[in-house]
Design a protein around this ligand. Sequence first.
Ligand code: AQP
Length: 334
Amino acid sequence: MPRVFSGIQPTGEPHLGNLLGAVRYWVEDQRLGDCFYCVVDLHALTIPGEAADLRKATTTMATLLLAAGLDPDACTLFVQSHVPAHTQLSWLLECTVSFGELRRMTQFKDKSSKGGEEAARAGLFTYPVLMAADILLYDTDRVPVGDDQRQHLELTRDLASRFNTRYGQTFVVPEASIPPAGRGARIMDLQEPLKKMSKSSESPQGTIGLFDDPATVERKVKRAVTDTDSGPDAVRYDPLTKPGVANLLELLAIAEGTGIEEVAGRYTQYGPLKADLAAAVVSLLEPIQASYRAWASDPSAVAEVLAAGAKHADGIARATLARAYDAVGLVAPA
Ligand code: AQP
């Protein structure tokens, strides 16, 4: 069975992009591989936030992943900070990566652009290295992620190969598993369809949260930015010239489990497309929200899942870390 690893940051309310670009694939994969899924709470510290919010968001995210369909009997679900090897391996990889490589990471440029590089946390700069450690600790073959993580995955592969060349075979070099174009690789913001939907978006109206109620979903979809085209040809899938419409068509095709062209062929106007999309998203979210309420009513069950997950993950992560420590010449305690 291939080893699979992926993570999600508890940095705010998870959204449709997280679900369609990543989490639904995690659920599909969980019986096809030996899967490790992680709430990467240490990554959340790279941007400003309150301790109480992080505490709450971590539990919420883990609960939501269970509600979305992760089965603790089929996969390993845990919280990153519960397994100390993540930060320990990260240091070895910080001593493997170059400053120039980290400088080229577009997510750092994007996320530091608001407050400026001078004020950005050093952790925001080095976070791709911690992500590499997350992945490499589990001898991961495949990493299901959205398209925005492509560059970080390439860096992870480079670091694994470099480490292996320098110190001898230590890590498995993982493959990124990114959904094909049009199948959730990059769900766009409904208000700014040239930007990806994001938890930290400045346009909350453009982000459909997984906890949004039906009225909110309907409002956001109805107000989604399209264009002024009209006529029988207006509803067509063309992400380059009609990004807003293309995003709506992609969302509806995924929600219905049909093809984009088939969906596009059914409409000549944006109004009915939006109405059907809103209904499809509500149907997609309702069972997740119901399951969330059930899991959330039993926090100790969630805590038990996470404790068991961390125990299992810790055993594997320790073994990989010991191999890496030995490879670089660190002397084990007597
Ligand atoms: N818009 C998106 N479309 C498809 N996939 C997406 N992912 C995120 N946004 C989209 C994928 O979701 C997984 C978890 O992402 P993350 O929370 O770890 O971090 P992120 O990629 O930085 O996501 P956000 O929502 O934009 O969070 P913030 O605002 O905190 O940075 C990943 O596999 C990601 O590719």
